[in-house]
Structure formats: C-alpha cells, structure tokens
Design a protein around this ligand. Structure first.
Ligand code: ADP
Ligand code: MG
Length: 242
C-alpha cells in the first residue's frame, strides 16, 4: 500500500492524558502510531470509551498530543498556532453521529452547508445559493432542500447535509465519527454507498469510526482495533475476521 498510495498523515507514538477524579490521570490514547494514505479508508473500531474520538480530535488538530506527534504531509501539526492552525483545519473535516445537534435549528440548509465557505472567505454572500445547490448535488439531495430547516428532514437527509458541509472546503481527510450509527439499516447502507461514490469521484481519505464491525469491514481498506486507548491490531479489512 505504501508504494502505491500517497502518505498524507502519520501519527507517531501519540499519547493523550486527561485529569480524572481523585487527582488521577486517565490515559485516553497510549502510544498510537499509524499512517493514512490518500484516497483510502481507515476504519477504527472499539468499544465506547476506548479513545476513538480523542484520537480523532488530535488528527483534526482540535487538541494536541501530550507525547508523540501527528505529521500532515510531513509537517508536525502540534507546532501550528493561530492563523496557520486555523487554515490547516480546512484540510480535515468531520461528520458526526447526530448532525442536528451540530446544526442551529434556525439555520436553513443553505446557511449550514455554506458556513465553512463563508468563514474561510471562499465565497461571497451572493454566491451562497449557487454553492449550496452544488453541494446538495454532491450528496444527491434535491436542490430545493437549500430552503429547508434541519427539523423538516429525515435522519438520512440530515446526515447528507452533514456530509455536504464536510465536503464544502474540499478537505483531504474526512473523519466520520459514528456517522451512520443512528440511522436505520437501509438508510445507513445508502449513506455508506454515497460516501463510497464521493471517494471515487473526489478521492478524499476517510477515517471511519464505528463500534459496528460489519460497517467497518464494508467501508474500510484497513482497520485499526482499539482497546483501552491502544491500537491492539492494525490489519487489512479482509483479514479482520481471522
Ligand atoms: P470513544 O470515542 O472511543 O468512545 P473517547 O475518546 O470519547 O472514547 O474517550 C476516551 C476516554 O477519555 C474516556 O474514558 C473518556 O471519559 C475520556 N475523555 C475523553 N475526553 C475527555 C476530556 N475532555 N476530559 C476528560 N476525559 C476525557
Ligand atoms: Mg466517540
């Protein structure tokens, strides 16, 4: 894999600790090392509380490791500050389990999907409607949905809006943190298919987090299994049941 695919992100001996009750320390991630390649999907599976989301927050540069480093295209992201850090965050976007919790109920779909574009001054206000229509097309939603509010949509449609918003900045890496976990099985399959089609067209790298081994096996090229803050196994997806 390393010969045919471009390496874009390397985690090297990443450890993250949090203060816990009674003055103790909780080691949420312990000595995690792995590589991510352009256009590929890394699945991360493990029980609740094993440190999956903690690791993702560091990959997304929302938090910094206590030890170790995360290199993006060879550069240590832990050293970025201020505006350089803000700019870098455009490269890595996230899709969450419950997008409605992340969306303001008073924002229309158009405003939700265009917010990152306006924040980073990629478009002007008057270009919003056209940009929103284009993003909805990418996630196969009817373009008149730009006028809708999140509460007037189904769970699957809302998750498509979450994906459209994540795509807006054309990130190199998209992190899906339990992104389909709350959906019915048939809707979940549709959203997974959409994510696969998007990867074929635009070649983003995915990190797919789930507690559902079936989903992980279906969508991933490689799978990391986490347990109590460590990666206990890293293998090709088709080796996972061995
Ligand atoms: P997962 O996503 O696999 O369910 P998390 O990464 O959310 O796991 O959490 C890993 C461990 O770190 C848990 O024990 C959790 O309580 C703890 N943890 C996560 N974030 C914080 C934080 N900001 N402060 C203190 N403890 C945290
Ligand atoms: Mg989590």
């Amino acid at each position: 894999m390393s010969e045919t695919h471009e390496l874009i992100l390397e985690a090297k001996h990443v450890t993250k600790k949090y203060p816990a009750s009674g003055g103790r320390t909780l080691v949420a991630n312990r000595d995690i090392s792995l590589n991510m390649y352009r256009g590929r999907t890394l699945g991360i599976v493990g029980e609740s509380g094993c440190g999956k989301s903690t690791f993702m927050r560091m990959v997304a540069s929302l938090e910094k490791p206590d030890q170790g480093e995360i290199l993006y295209r060879g550069k240590d992201m832990g050293k970025l500050k201020g505006e350089a850090l803000r700019q870098h965050r455009q490269n890595i976007q996230m899709v969450f389990q419950d997008p409605s919790a992340a969306f303001s109920p008073r924002m229309r779909v158009m405003d939700i999907v265009c917010e990152p574009l306006l924040n980073f001054k990629r478009i002007r206000k008057k270009e919003k409607e056209a940009a929103a229509r284009k993003l909805l097309e990418m996630v196969e939603l009817p373009d008149d949905f730009i006028w809708r509010y999140p509460h007037n949509m189904s769970g699957g449609q809302r998750q498509r809006v979450g994906i459209a918003r994540a795509l807006a900045l054309e990130p190199e890496i998209i992190i899906c943190d339990e992104a389909t976990s709350a959906l019915d099985v048939s809707v979940q399959a549709q959203v997974l298919n959409l994510l696969e089609d998007i990867q074929k067209k635009y070649n983003p790298t995915y990190i797919f987090i789930s507690h559902d081994l079936g989903v992980i096996k279906h969508i991933s090229d490689r799978v990391a299994i986490m347990y109590l803050g460590r990666i206990v196994e890293l293998c090709e997806a088709d080796e996972i049941y061995k």
